[in-house]
Write a protein that binds this ligand. Structure first.
Ligand code: NAP
Length: 256
């Protein structure tokens, strides 16, 4: 679809789930891809399967991200695309939520994105080119769900960060955009339990959960040269989940 043959991309949290879908789409478009993940063993396995490279990285550590970028540039000479995807979504009722749980959520999802984006800028500014894609969510900016007050806040914050950051680098050939997944069948989502998955399938007008490649394809578009006039924008990929004004607006599936 898009030719990313000469492009070097980094995907945080690319070992599994949506990150894996992004790696897969970028590889299919020809990019050299480095999976940067906390789980090195899983990252190496995914890298082997998809023809990517794997490096250990923790988005909550600035030193780790600095070392990652240094290593990528040493090995491949450049960084064209950064997908800030690593994130967590443990569920916790507001009344039970501790300061530690709130802070841990923000440390990975929000502060992690700040670090991953900020540390990439010197490389991209020097090249006069860059594509940054943040995996955020419909949760927070468009929807809410019991137990995800901290998660929704962390994801809405990513989008606020993105809009101002995009303005600051607009003159430098760097774009920053967000993909907003609905409910995508990943290891992380499966942890929410079967009842949650069934409930979500019923809430999607397309009557199915999304796949990691549904997000990967959107991310690959925003990471392409062809998307160069799009910045500070969000793309919702949710099978129509946020559209219905009432449950009755979701038409039943066709009889087989
Ligand atoms: P996932 O299946 O749990 O995969 C996340 C990956 O990120 C794992 O490999 C994980 O490693 C890694 N990771 C976690 N903390 C990290 C850190 N500090 N540094 C580097 N890597 C780290 O999650 P997912 O469902 O694919 O979600 C990925 C992103 O999509 C998240 O930002 C999430 O908020 C967003 N999202 C997901 C959905 C959905 O329906 N799945 C919907 C909306 C938004 P470990 O295995 O070691 O934890």
């Amino acid at each position: 679809m898009f030719d990313l043959q000469d492009q070097v991309a980094i995907v945080t949290g690319g070992a599994a789930g949506i990150g894996r879908g992004i790696v897969s789409s970028l590889r299919e478009a020809g990019a050299t891809v480095v999976i940067a993940d906390l789980n090195l063993e899983a990252a190496q396995k995914t890298a082997e399967e998809l023809g990517a490279d794997a490096m250990l990285a923790d988005v909550t550590s600035r030193d780790s991200i600095r070392a990652l970028y240094r290593d990528v540039v040493k090995r491949y000479g450049r960084i064209d695309i950064v997908c800030s995807n690593a994130g967590v979504f443990p569920n916790c009722p507001l009344e039970d939520m501790t300061d530690e749980q709130w802070d841990a959520m923000f440390a990975i999802n929000t502060h992690g994105t700040f670090t991953v984006v900020q540390e990439a800028l010197p490389y991209m500014k020097k090249a006069g080119y860059g594509r940054i894609v943040i995996t955020t969510s419909i949760t927070g900016s468009h929807t809410g769900y019991p137990g995800w007050a901290h998660y929704g806040a962390s994801k809405a914050a990513q989008q606020g960060f993105m809009r101002s950051a995009a303005l600051e680098v607009a003159r430098d050939g760097i774009t920053i955009n967000g993909v907003l997944p609905g409910n995508i069948l990943t290891e992380g989502l499966e942890d929410q339990g079967q009842d949650y998955l069934d409930q979500m399938s019923r809430s999607v007008p397309m009557h199915r959960l999304g796949s990691p490649r549904d997000i990967g394809n959107a991310a690959a578009f925003l990471a392409s040269r062809e998307a160069g006039y799009i910045t500070g924008q969000t793309l919702i990929i949710d099978g129509g989940q946020i559209l219905p004004e009432s449950p009755e607006a979701i038409l039943p599936p066709y009889e087989a």
